[in-house]
Ligand binder design. Structure first.
Ligand code: ATP
Ligand code: FE
Length: 335
């Protein structure tokens, strides 16, 4: 089976061609335009998707070395995400399905982040069911109990900011451009993670909260800068390392609790923040300590990409879970 995947939920336009579980191509066009605004501007994102979608699909088909007539089905992100962005991928996919007379599958973006683990990349073994997936992205922080490819239950999530937002908002306070998560990661490598302490939330069950951390960092920086205007510049690496360490500790505490209480040792991470080198190391250290089998996606499948949408579409295709032409993009979608 050959499946074309389409992803346009936020600010990356992506198309991928999947043959069974192997990725033949995975093209991602990012959008530089948002950098100068310090965040994604929905109107601009939607417009850029419209400009990018056809060239991105064409290059994915070309790179895969197939003809568009070879495609058996098309999978696209229905939501969650920015409505104006989702509409572009959804409309394209509906038209493509109609024109090529092939079925289409409407994919939940968050399923995609989890199922990115099942993309065939030759070298690594796959999680076995049931497993827990800590999905940490720009808009979500979830502990997902994955019972089957399409049987997922969110057992914990953030009550305010997502982990990616915590990275990006902290980065903004330090003067980094958007998205600052990867920059914190880079500076943290040379810093002391124990140098500064920031407050950690007390939240029930497996839920998360990150808005307090941002406030705690803000007040701390304001106080320090009163005494030394160059405080941030002089302590940048230690600040980054300490902030990153705090976010990782918050993430791991609830993940460990869930793993213990549900007695599951198959543990995966997914989403953009799973690209963070500190989190990847911490997960592996915890795995050693608690005898977990951990699964960490390849970098290119952590942040938004159409390969993860195509693989999710493949499992829907096998079950005959097709959408019809009345399907519409949705900003909010439940698991
Ligand atoms: P969602 O999937 O919830 O709709 P999204 O698709 O926008 O959100 P992703 O593309 O999965 O989110 O992830 C983007 C986030 O990942 C950003 O907040 C970015 O800062 C963060 N991120 C990416 N790389 C790193 C890194 N190395 N360290 C920390 N954060 C990172
Ligand atoms: Fe995402």
């Amino acid at each position: 089976t050959i499946i074309l995947g389409i992803e346009s939920s936020c600010d990356d336009t992506s198309a991928a061609v999947l043959k069974n579980t192997a990725i033949l191509s995975n093209i991602i066009a990012g959008q530089k335009i948002h950098e100068e605004y310090g965040g994604v501007v929905p109107e601009l994102a939607s417009r850029a998707h419209q400009q990018n979608i056809i060239p991105v699909v064409e290059s994915a088909i070309k790179k895969a070395g197939i003809r568009k007539e070879d495609i058996d089905a098309i999978a696209f992100t229905k939501g969650p995400g920015l409505l104006g962005s989702l509409v572009v991928g959804t409309s394209f996919s509906k038209a493509f399905s109609l024109a090529m007379n092939i079925p289409m599958m409407d994919v939940n973006h968050m399923h995609g982040h989890v199922l990115a683990h099942f993309i065939d990349d030759g070298d690594k073994n796959k999680p076995s069911f049931p497993f827990l997936c800590l999905t940490v992205s720009g808009g979500h922080t979830q502990i997902v109990l994955v019972k089957d490819y399409l049987g997922m239950q969110v057992i914990g999530s953030t009550i305010d900011d997502a982990a990616g937002e915590a990275f990006d908002k902290s980065a903004k306070l330090l003067g980094f451009p958007y998205p600052g998560g990867p920059l914190i990661d880079r500076h943290a490598r040379n810093g002391n993670p124990k140098r500064f302490e920031f407050s950690k939330p007390q939240i029930k069950e497996y839920d998360y909260s990150f808005s307090g951390l941002k406030t705690s960092i803000l007040y701390f920086l304001q106080k320090q800068e009163k005494e030394n205007p160059d405080f941030i510049r002089e302590n940048l690496d230690d600040l980054c390392a300490s902030i990153q360490h705090t976010i990782i500790e918050i993430l791991l505490k609830k993940l460990k609790k869930a793993a213990k209480e549900l007695n599951i040792k198959e543990i995966a991470i997914a989403g953009g923040v799973s690209a963070n080198s500190g989190l990847r190391k911490a997960i592996e250290a915890t795995a050693n300590e608690l005898k977990w089998n951990t699964y960490i996606p390849k970098f290119e499948y952590c942040t938004d990409n159409a390969a993860m949408i195509a693989i999710t579409g493949k499992y829907m295709y096998e079950k005959g879970l097709f959408a019809d032409q009345s399907i519409a993009a949705k900003a909010r979608v439940e698991m």
